[in-house]
Design a protein around this ligand. Structure first.
Ligand code: FDA
Length: 299
């Protein structure tokens, strides 16, 4: 990212919400479940799998957290009814983690029980570092109770290699949350090296690994690791985000690898959208074009 891009990224929260919504529309399937279903059908038709995320990390009350859990049950109904090639990804703050561990656990257990009844896998996303211990603890408690759930590790966190042992099903990503330097690697090459080291440790430990990145260098190095590990194509997968340019993903699918697309939808789109825009290397150009459109009629 250039200096101008970085400056624009810092000022993004000052951009009016309708503009954020417009700029980020391709990262989100829509506000309704029917829009998410249509997007997943499109993804599946391209030979890709999906994971559906109900946007809900902005919840403030136990009633809202319960409502998000209820919405996930509707998603599970839709996956089964429409025979979608999809599972679900959940954020624990959306289930009320900040309101209390037990509030969150009750909502998660409800969703996991509903998923288990239909044979659908549940991935627990990883959020900022204040949630890492609780997230891993909840994952372990649910696995110990026999549930088909997975978790996420963030390669940019310095602790992550130490978290690998004993995890069964892990999505590896760089990590989107900005953490203090004592907790997080800041150098992009160090983060890449950590990503590959974490993926290798997970493969050695026998975990199912989901490689979640759009970074070509990391994908190339992961392909070497996977080849060396002798894993079959159904023993790992790649994952990418809806709306991020798809050419590398298409190549992976053509080469016979499994690729899952992360499909978020819902009314609480703001926080997720900001994070995606902040990662977009073309953000300065997008914001400039949008500003021009607003101030120069007819463009
Ligand atoms: P990097 O950011 O270096 O991007 C590589 C290239 O991809 C860029 O140069 C650009 O070409 C393209 N690109 C990336 N983001 C883009 C964008 N928004 N718009 C346009 N182009 C873009 N994080 C987390 O903390 N917890 C989690 O649970 C998850 N879950 C998750 C699931 C899935 C399926 C993915 C792919 C990612 C996540 N993440 C996540 C986010 C992850 O940590 C990371 O922030 C993003 O994937 C971006 O990092 P990359 O590895 O893609 O590299």
């Amino acid at each position: 990212m250039t200096l101008i891009d970085r400056a624009i990224v810092k000022t993004l929260p000052a951009v009016p919400r309708p503009v954020v919504r417009r700029l980020s529309s391709h990262y989100i399937a829509g506000e309704s479940l029917s829009e998410a279903v249509a997007t997943v059908k499109h993804v599946n038709a391209q030979g890709k799998l999906a994971t559906i995320d109900v946007l809900g990390e902005e919840i403030a009350t136990a009633a809202e957290a319960k409502a998000i859990a209820g919405e996930y049950v509707d998603v599970l109904d839709a996956i089964e009814r429409e025979r979608l090639e999809a599972n679900i990804s959940v954020k624990l703050t959306g289930f009320g983690l900040k309101l209390g561990y037990q509030v969150c656990k009750r909502n998660l257990e409800r969703v996991v029980a509903s998923a288990a009844g239909r044979g659908i896998f549940v991935r627990i996303d990883m959020e900022d570092s204040t949630t890492t211990d609780d997230t891993l603890r909840l994952y372990r408690e649910l696995r110990a109770a026999g549930n088909d759930v997975g978790v996420v590790l963030q390669a940019s966190l310095k602790r992550t290699l130490g978290d690998v042992p004993g995890l069964h099903d892990v999505r590896v990503c760089k990590g989107i949350y900005v953490e203090p330097p004592e907790l997080q690697f800041k150098n992009p090459d160090v983060v890449r090296d950590s990503f590959v080291a974490v993926a290798e440790a997970l493969l050695d430990d026998g975990a199912y690994v989901a490689i979640a990145t759009h970074d070509e260098a990391v994908i190339e190095r992961s392909l070497v690791l996977l080849e060396r590990s002798g894993r079959r194509e159904d023993e790992y997968e790649f994952q990418m985000l809806l709306g991020v340019p798809e050419s590398i993903g298409d190549e992976l699918v053509r080469a016979g690898h499994r690729l899952r697309i992360y499909v978020p939808y819902g009314r609480q789109w703001y926080e997720y959208s900001l994070r995606r825009l902040q990662e977009n290397p073309k953000i300065a150009r997008y914001v400039a074009a949008d500003t021009l459109r607003r101030f120069v009629p007819g463009r």
